[in-house]
Design a protein around this ligand. Structure first.
Ligand SMILES: [Zn+2]
Length: 198
């Protein structure tokens, strides 16, 4: 079980990098089937959280192992929520699908994320962030070329980069479904806690 970490009162997603996690390098990664991947130092909780900078291994881990972006625990047999900027695209073989870099979340973890993250609320208001229940998905890995890998990790080799979630079946949802209430007006300091049905 992943430990829940906070920065002040703000919950820090499992996948977020901390300032103590330095040292980009290339190494075999067990969350990329043992293949050569871009990796970084591991010291979760050390320094301060770098919101918006996913940790290389943990971002792959949650997507490859089916874990929640916020709490790092399994999504198996749970409602899986996508909060993503990605739009559906046509795929010749399977019809419409969505390819997103944002890992999936438990419903209650998606609620916590929206409550604590002003930029998520702004994007939901602007219509650029979509809320979806995901019923079928699979993991994919981006392969980075020599130039990119040299730049970020100092080795001129092809290597696995971030993982992506490919949504194969989903249902679009509303913020009212997620929060049990509409989004409060801009500038409202907090969103009321709501009890979760199980
Ligand atoms: Zn969770």
């Amino acid at each position: 079980m992943a430990e829940h970490l906070f920065f002040g009162k703000v919950p820090v997603p499992y996948t977020v990098s901390w300032s103590g996690e330095e040292g980009m390098h290339v190494a075999p990664c067990r969350h990329a089937a043992g293949r050569r991947a871009i990796c970084q130092g591991v010291a979760r909780g050390e320094g301060r959280p770098l919101f918006g900078k996913p940790h290389a291994q943990r971002q792959r881990e949650v997507i490859a192992e089916g874990l929640c972006d916020l709490c790092g625990n399994s999504l198996r047999n749970r409602t899986k929520v996508s909060l993503s900027h990605a739009r559906p695209r046509a795929n010749g073989a399977t019809g419409l699908n969505i390819l997103q870099v944002e890992p999936l979340l438990h419903k209650e973890c998606a609620q916590i994320s929206v409550r604590h993250c002003p930029s998520l609320r702004r994007d939901i208001r602007a219509g650029s962030l979509n809320i979806r229940i995901v019923t079928r998905h699979q993991a994919q890995f981006a392969i980075m070329d020599e130039i990119y890998t040299k730049q970020v990790a100092g080795a001129a080799v092809r290597a696995i980069g971030h993982a992506k979630v490919e949504l194969l079946a989903w249902k679009d949802q509303t913020i009212e479904w997620l929060l049990g209430q509409p989004l409060p007006p801009e500038g409202a300091s907090s969103i009321a806690e709501i009890s979760n049905e199980h």
